[in-house]
Each structure stands twice: as structure tokens, then as C-alpha cells.
Design a protein around this ligand. Structure first.
Ligand SMILES: Cc1cc2nc3c(=O)[nH]c(=O)nc-3n(C[C@H](O)[C@H](O)[C@H](O)COP(=O)(O)O)c2cc1C
Length: 215
């Protein structure tokens, strides 16, 4: 698949069939990640391939995107957090470049994938995956083959709404939105801090109302 086609047709795929993605293909996806640029060329990404249902279930139980409970394979991306460029969170930027490469490679191999960061707290995820303190869990990428047709993604903004020259000349200032955001942040924190039992009950409600991001 040509790069341009891969970029313009990639979508997040959240529903997979039962055909497993073999290790060779998974490693090809990971290799694409490992060719991404990284701050100071640290290449501090590490990948934990998760194919045990028990591990995936534990992640779900502790609060994660609802669709993950039907996923059989995923790749956790962790990144070396020993950076001095805290101002720009450069390790997160490097890991993100890596993840996008992985998504594009997965797409070009006809493997469906979705970038997930609705996940348990980093502390909890660290414990589940045995991640040492000098790596941060960044995201989990669910993977699998799929049957559905991929819809084209609707762009939310026109090009002239995205680009400024020399300085930002936009007029976006949504004070009301900021208040809602504060409430959402508090709600997310409360959810993450809930014990598993209570979380399960809340999950039932959340699963019914899970956001659909198809467009
Ligand atoms: C940083 C990041 C975190 C994301 N986390 C989630 C997630 O937790 N659950 C989910 O279903 N999708 C998640 N997504 C996928 C987005 O919802 C998706 O990229 C977006 O809706 C655009 O759709 P597309 O990928 O099909 O173009 C995430 C994407 C990014 C970049």
C-alpha cells in the first residue's frame, strides 16, 4: 500500500474476527514503530505483546475502553521516562510517533488496530504488566483482523481552519467548555480511583453509553 493511501484510509478498528495475528506480522508492526523519530534518538520505546486473555481481562477490570474486553491481542507501548525535556514531554512525543508508524503499518498489512489510552492508572497498569519505574506506559494498541468495511473518516476542519502563518490568529476561547472539562477530569479521576467491584458496576453503565467515534 502506498504511504499516501495508508495515511488517508487508516481508521481505528475496534471489532475483530477470530483469526489471530501471527507473531511475524506483529513484529513487523513493531518494527515500523521502532523506525520512528525519537527525541535525542533515544529509541526508548519497548513493546509488550499481550495475547493472554487473563492479562487483557485484568486491564479491563481495572478500567479501560469497553471494547477491549472482546480483544484477544494487543501491544502495550512503554517508553523510557528518564528525560530532561519535561517541558515538552518529549518521551510521550517520541512514543506517539512510534505508535502512528505502527498503526500505519498495521493498516498496510490489513490488520485492524486502535490506539487506546482509556486505561487503568499508570500505577495499576505498571503493576499488571510489570513495567519498571523508568518506563512509562504510554498506550495500548489493540490489533486483529476484521470483516467490516472501513468508512472514510469525516474531517472536522477545513484546511484554512487549521493553518496559521507566523502567529496564532484564531479566536477559540470557550470558557464554558473549560468548566465542563474540569468536571470531566474530576469524574475520570474518581472513576480511576474506584475499587474494582464498584468500577464493574459503573462499567456496565459506561459500556451502554460508550462513545462512538466512527466519524
Ligand atoms: C491519544 C489517543 C488515544 C485514544 N484512545 C482511545 C481509547 O481509549 N478508546 C478508543 O476507542 N479510541 C481511542 N483512540 C482512537 C480515536 O478515538 C480515533 O483515532 C478517532 O476517533 C479518529 O478516528 P480514526 O482513528 O478512525 O480516524 C485514541 C486515539 C488517540 C490518538
Amino acid at each position: 500500500m502506498e504511504l499516501e493511501q495508508a495515511i488517508f484510509t487508516r481508521r481505528s478498528i475496534r471489532k475483530y474476527n477470530d483469526t489471530p495475528v501471527d507473531r511475524e506480522t506483529i513484529e513487523k508492526i513493531i518494527e515500523a514503530g521502532a523506525w520512528a523519530p525519537s527525541a535525542c534518538n533515544v529509541q526508548g520505546w519497548r513493546f509488550i505483546v499481550i495475547d493472554e486473555k487473563k492479562v487483557l481481562n485484568e486491564i479491563c477490570e481495572n478500567g479501560a475502553a469497553a471494547f477491549l474486553k472482546n480483544v484477544n491481542q494487543a501491544i502495550a507501548v512503554i517508553y523510557d521516562n528518564r528525560t530532561d525535556n519535561v517541558e515538552y514531554n518529549d518521551y510521550i512525543q517520541s512514543a506517539s510517533a512510534c505508535i502512528e508508524n505502527m498503526l500505519l503499518m498495521a493498516h498496510s498489512l490489513n490488520v485492524g488496530a486502535c490506539w487506546i489510552n482509556f486505561l487503568p492508572t499508570k500505577k495499576k497498569l505498571r503493576k499488571i504488566l510489570d513495567v519498571p519505574p523508568y518506563y512509562d506506559p504510554i498506550a495500548i494498541i489493540s490489533i486483529g483482523y476484521y470483516n467490516q468495511k472501513i468508512n472514510e473518516r469525516a474531517r472536522k476542519f477545513k484546511m484554512n481552519e487549521l493553518i496559521y502563518y507566523n502567529r496564532f490568529t484564531g479566536s477559540e476561547n470557550n470558557v464554558k467548555g473549560n468548566f465542563k472539562l474540569k468536571i470531566r477530569r474530576i469524574a475520570r479521576k474518581c472513576y480511576m480511583l474506584m475499587p474494582v467491584g464498584l468500577k464493574k458496576r459503573v462499567q456496565k453503565i459506561l459500556n451502554k453509553n460508550e462513545k462512538k467515534f466512527d466519524n
